[in-house]
Design a protein around this ligand. Structure first.
Ligand SMILES: [Zn+2]
Length: 502
């Protein structure tokens, strides 16, 4: 049994990959190791806490604090302790634990004080004489193993952003066209005798049946999933009813695509992303078969009236699906370089693709997700219009040339998004909407373009306002723990148990 089509979740990942809590003081002394050395020398000399306390003029409890590494001692105190124990100060300050046992104790103590341990919610074990050696060994090994597993499963935000940038570069290098995915889609459509045009719900179910799956629409699909596939019983569970904005065929087609492509548990964030993009691509290639979509687009190009709206209507798909599919086919089959953007009404870039030289806002790592888009760009101007739901066309002069873009706004549970498709000025002659007189100039990344507030406003409000920032939903957080990123495995297995045939 396996689950498919995970949603990425945004939020807190495990703290497990963070560095251990430092037990090293500002002076560079590792208080845990120091404490172990003091205790080792004290017991070697047959001294009690009281004895040592008396010798250095401190309460036994303070000696205990020192030995447990809870206190960062002054050097003058350490000199006194060294004296009382009859060793040079350097002996106390050696960085190696005095014994194997002490070394394990230090390691466990350090782990228990770290963020990983506290994120697990397990009460800490008292690390002292009463802890048997084999238990100590086992605990240390276990926490090393937990850390290793987390490192494997979790990606830092930096890794996630880097993986996004790499994926976009690969898509760009292939003009966002993937022949092997097209081939898979073509074979499946041929298998059910689909002859082009929109893919009906019935045809979708036929593809599932062809692959040996029965469909089950349920009301209690686990929240963290879009679909659940039971490989053992050949069943695919889907949510009942259309959730509104999204095409109800998409989750099923994506689940089937994942199955056909042999997707297994992602091994990294990059792998997870790649699988998602492949499943999305193939679902779109099934809904808008390459041959008939290309035929449709070539006819539109010949008439100089290419329109994403028309493509959407011809195949009965959501606008975003049509826009995205257009980018798969435009360069490969029509010789037109393009860009695609999905921008949140808050102004941040959600996802984007280009092979036409348009320069997206990006961070130093080359990641674009969550970056603010120029206010002059079509993708943002469209939000300022009274009519948000008609297609909008605009020419924009940018630092890398003039582009013509078409954009429309679509609602979602996370707010409105604009979906835009654009081409360089030289290609606009093929498109419907080229006659628009809307024009703007973007000087971004020059801050005076749209990042710096107008002087008059700045003068009035500078130092007179404290805005509190809201974290961007599109900011990629570390991957949550679990076999499938973002999926509540327990919930999914309970669900499967509930529904599996007896
Ligand atoms: Zn700007």
């Amino acid at each position: 049994m396996t689950t498919t089509a995970p949603r990425p979740t945004h939020g807190h990942g495990p703290a497990g990959t963070a560095a251990d809590e430092r037990t090293t003081s500002a002076g560079g002394i590792d208080t845990l190791v120091l404490g172990r050395r003091v205790r080792h020398l004290r017991t070697q000399r047959g001294m009690t806490l009281d004895d040592l306390g008396r010798a250095i003029g401190r309460a036994p409890s303070q000696v205990s604090m020192l030995e447990n590494g809870h206190r960062e001692p002054k050097l003058s105190l350490l000199a006194t302790v060294a004296d009382a124990l009859g060793v040079p100060l350097a002996e106390l300050l050696r960085t190696d634990p005095p014994s194997r046992r002490a070394s394990l104790e230090v390691e466990l103590e350090r782990a228990q004080r770290g963020p990983l341990f506290s994120s697990l919610g397990i009460p800490p074990v008292k690390v002292g004489k009463s802890l048997p050696g084999d238990a100590l060994e086992a605990l240390v090994k276990l926490q090393e193993e937990v850390r290793r597993l987390l490192r494997e499963n979790a990606a830092t935000p930096e890794e996630a952003r880097r993986a996004n940038a790499e994926l976009r570069a690969r898509m760009r290098a292939q003009d966002n066209y993937f022949p092997e995915l097209e081939q898979h889609a073509r074979e499946l459509l041929a298998a059910i005798g689909h002859s082009g045009g929109p893919l009906s719900q019935r045809a979708t179910a036929e593809i599932a049946a062809h692959l040996g799956f029965s469909l089950h629409y349920v009301t209690d699909l686990p929240h963290s999933t879009r679909s659940v596939t039971d490989l053992e019983n050949g069943r695919i569970y889907l949510p009942q009813g259309n959730t509104g904005v999204n095409d109800s065929r998409s989750p099923l087609l994506q689940a089937l695509a994942s199955h056909v492509l042999g997707h297994t548990e992602p091994t990294s964030y990059g792998d997870f992303l790649r699988q998602r993009v492949e499943a999305n691509y193939m679902a779109a290639a099934l809904m808008m078969a390459e041959d008939s979509a290309v035929e449709f687009l070539q006819a539109a190009k010949a008439d100089r009236r290419i329109s994403v709206e028309d493509l959407r209507d011809a195949f009965a798909v959501p606008y975003e699906t049509a826009a995205h599919r257009f980018t798969n086919l435009a360069t490969r089959h029509l010789g037109i370089p393009v860009h695609f953007m999905k921008v949140h009404e808050g102004g941040t870039l959600h996802k984007a693709y280009e092979n036409d030289g348009v320069v997206f806002p990006s961070d130093p790592l080359g990641a674009i997700e969550g970056q603010p888009v120029c206010r002059q760009w079509t993708a943002r101007v469209v939000f300022t219009l009274p009519d948000r739901f008609s297609p909008y066309y605009q020419y924009t002069d940018t630092s890398s040339g003039t582009y013509w873009c078409t954009s429309r706004v679509q609602p979602s549970s996370q707010g409105a998004f604009s979906v835009s498709v654009g081409v360089p000025f030289s290609q606009v002659r093929w498109f419907q909407g080229r006659e628009t007189t809307e024009r703007s100039t973007s000087r971004c990344p020059d801050p005076s373009c749209c990042r710096t507030p107008p002087a008059e406003l700045a003068q009035r409000w500078d130092d007179h306002a404290i805005p509190s920032a809201r974290p961007h939903a599109s900011l990629l957080a570390a991957l949550p723990v679990g076999a499938y990123p973002g999926v509540d495995t327990t919930e999914v297995y309970r669900f499967l148990d509930r529904h599996a045939p007896r």
